[in-house]
Design a protein around this ligand. Structure first.
Ligand code: HEM
Length: 454
C-alpha cells in the first residue's frame, strides 16, 4: 500500500486559493471535488495550513472515531466563530471540552425536552395568528422571531416582556449584521477588526454584543442571588451541575456557553425551517402527502405523535440532506501523526468532513439535487453517510431540540394554515448545478386562510 502525506489539490499560490475560497467558496469547492475526487487538499487559511476536505464516508467514519489526543477541533483547529468567548464549547478542545460537554449536553436530552414541545406549539400559534391573510409575508423574518422566542424560553425561562423583546432585537441584529461581502472579507482578518466608533461595522457589532453580555450576566447574577431549585431553564440546570471535581462553572464560563447556545442554535434551526417550507410548498405532491399524514392525527399534535410521523420525518431529513445549513463539520486538527487508509496526516493538518458533498454523492443519493423525501423511507443511512449534525466527540448537542422544534413548527403551521409560495417575490428553485441553496430571506408566502380540519 502506498502512503501519501496529503491528498491532491490545486497548486495555485495559497493567497489565490484563499481569495477563491472567500469570494466563491462553494463553486470553488465543487470544482475541486470534480477535479480531485472525494478527498482533496486546499490552503485556505491565512497561515496556508493544509486543509483536507473529505466526502468519502469511510474516511469520515475514521475521522469521527479518532482519538481526541490525535485529532480534535477547537480554537487551534481554526474553530473560533466571531466573538464567542474562550470558554465556549466550540472553541475548547481536549479535557476542557470533555468537561464542558458533560455539563452542557444533559439539559438537551431526555424527558425534559418533551415538555418544550408544548411551548413551541404555543409560540408558533401565537406568531402565526399575527400573519395577514391574503398578503405576502417574508417567512424567514417570522420564523426567526418564533425561533428566538422558543430559544430564549428554553435557555432562560420566561423573561419580563421588555427584556425579552430587547434581547430578541439585539440577537436578530447580531446574527444578521447586514454586512457586505467586502466587509466579511475585511473582518476575516483578525488584525483588521478595529473599533472605529459606534457607526463602524466592527464597532456596531461590538456594542450590540456588549448589551447582550450585560443581559446574560444579569441573568446569572439573579440566579446566584435567588437560587430556585424548581427552575428548569437550561441556564439554571447548567448552574446546578458540577464538574467531576465538585466545582461549578464560573460566571465567565456560563456567559460564554450561553452566548454559544443563543447564537449557534436558532439561526441554523430557522434556516432549516425556512428551507423545509420552501421545498414542501414548491412540491405540491409532497405537501399533499404531508397534509394527509397530519390530518390523520387531527388536532392531536403532541410531541409523541408528531415525532412518530414517518413522512414528516423524511421531509425533515431530506431538507437537511439537500442543503445542510453547516456545509462542513467543524475543522479537526491533527495533533499527532494520524494514519487513515493510505494517508498519513502530519500534526497541524486540518481535516474537514464536508457534509454537503457527502450528501450529494450519487452512489448514496441518486439524483442528489432533487428533493425526494421518499429516499429516507426506502433505506437507512449510516452516521458517516448522512451527517447534518456532524459526528464523534463534536456531534451537535442540540440535535433533539432542533428536531423537535422543526417538526413541531412544520406540523402546527401546515395543519392549521393554508399557505402558498408567493412566486412574484420568492426566489426560484436553485439551478441543477448550483451548490448554493435558495436564499432564505427570499422566501415569501401568502397565507390563504385557516385550514378546516375535516
Ligand atoms: C437544524 C439545526 C442544527 C444543525 C443542522 C446543527 C449542526 C451542527 C454541526 C454540523 C455541528 C458540528 C459537529 C461536528 O463538527 O461534528 C454542531 C455543533 C454544535 N451545535 Fe448544532 N446544529 C443545529 C442546532 C443546534 C441547536 C438548536 C443548538 C443548541 C441549542 C446547537 C448547539 C451546538 C453546539 C453547542 C455545538 C458544538 C458541539 C461541540 O463542540 O462539542 N446546535 N451543530
Amino acid at each position: 500500500m502506498s502512503t501519501h502525506n496529503l491528498p491532491k489539490g490545486p497548486q495555485a499560490h495559497p493567497w489565490l486559493q484563499q481569495f477563491q475560497w472567500l469570494t466563491r467558496g462553494e463553486e470553488y469547492l465543487k470544482e475541486c471535488h470534480q477535479l480531485y475526487g472525494d478527498i482533496f487538499t486546499l490552503r485556505v487559511s491565512s497561515d496556508s495550513t493544509p486543509h483536507v476536505f473529505i466526502s468519502n464516508p469511510q474516511i469520515i467514519r475514521e475521522v469521527f472515531a479518532a482519538n481526541t489526543k490525535q485529532l480534535d477541533s477547537g480554537k487551534e483547529a481554526g474553530n473560533h466563530p466571531f466573538l464567542l468567548g474562550e470558554h465556549s464549547l466550540v472553541v475548547q478542545s481536549g479535557e476542557r471540552h470533555i468537561e464542558h460537554r458533560k455539563l452542557l449536553a444533559p439539559p438537551f436530552h431526555g424527558e425534559r425536552i418533551q415538555s418544550w414541545g408544548e411551548i413551541i406549539r404555543q409560540i408558533t400559534v401565537q406568531e402565526a395568528n399575527t400573519w395577514p391573510i391574503g398578503k405576502s409575508l417574508s417567512l424567514h423574518q417570522s420564523l426567526e422571531m418564533m425561533s428566538l422566542e422558543v430559544s430564549l424560553r428554553v435557555l432562560l425561562g420566561k423573561l419580563a416582556s421588555e427584556q425579552n423583546q430587547k434581547l430578541k432585537e439585539l440577537l436578530t441584529t447580531f446574527l444578521n449584521p447586514n454586512i457586505s461581502i467586502l466587509q466579511i472579507i475585511f473582518l476575516h482578518f483578525l488584525f483588521l477588526r478595529w473599533d472605529l466608533g459606534p457607526w463602524s461595522t466592527w464597532g456596531k457589532i461590538l456594542r450590540r454584543k456588549q448589551q447582550i453580555d450585560e443581559i446574560i450576566y444579569a441573568q446569572i447574577a439573579q440566579r446566584r442571588q435567588q437560587p430556585d431549585p424548581s427552575r428548569t431553564d437550561v441556564l439554571s440546570l447548567i448552574m446546578a451541575s458540577r464538574y467531576d471535581n465538585g466545582e461549578s462553572m464560573t460566571d465567565v464560563e456560563l456567559h460564554d456557553e450561553l452566548l454559544t447556545l443563543m447564537t449557534q442554535g436558532p439561526e441554523i434551526t430557522v434556516t432549516t425551517l425556512a428551507r423545509a417550507f420552501y421545498w414542501i410548498l414548491r412540491h405540491p405532491p409532497v405537501l399533499e402527502k404531508l397534509l394527509q399524514e397530519l390530518d390523520s392525527v387531527g388536532e392531536n399534535l403532541d410531541v409523541k405523535t408528531v415525532s412518530q410521523l414517518p413522512y414528516l420525518d423524511a421531509i425533515y431529513k431530506e431538507t437537511l440532506r439537500i442543503y445542510p445549513p453547516p456545509q462542513f463539520a467543524f475543522p479537526r486538527q491533527v495533533k499527532s501523526t494520524l494514519q487513515i487508509q493510505d494517508y498519513q496526516f502530519e500534526p497541524g493538518t486540518i481535516l474537514s468532513p464536508c457534509i454537503h458533498l457527502t450528501h450529494h454523492r450519487e452512489d448514496l443519493y441518486p439524483q442528489p439535487e432533487q428533493f425526494k423525501p421518499e429516499r429516507f423511507l426506502e433505506r437507512e443511512f449510516a452516521p458517516y453517510e448522512y451527517l447534518p449534525f456532524g459526528g464523534g466527540n463534536r456531534r451537535c448537542i442540540g440535535v433533539a431540540f432542533a428536531q423537535l422544534e422543526i417538526k413541531m413548527v412544520l406540523a402546527t403551521v401546515l395543519s392549521g394554515w393554508d399557505l402558498v409560495l408567493d412566486d412574484s417575490k420568492s426566489v426560484k428553485a436553485p439551478s441543477k448545478n448550483s451548490f448554493a441553496p435558495p436564499p432564505i430571506n427570499g422566501i415569501h408566502v401568502v397565507i390563504k386562510g385557516r385550514r378546516n380540519l375535516s
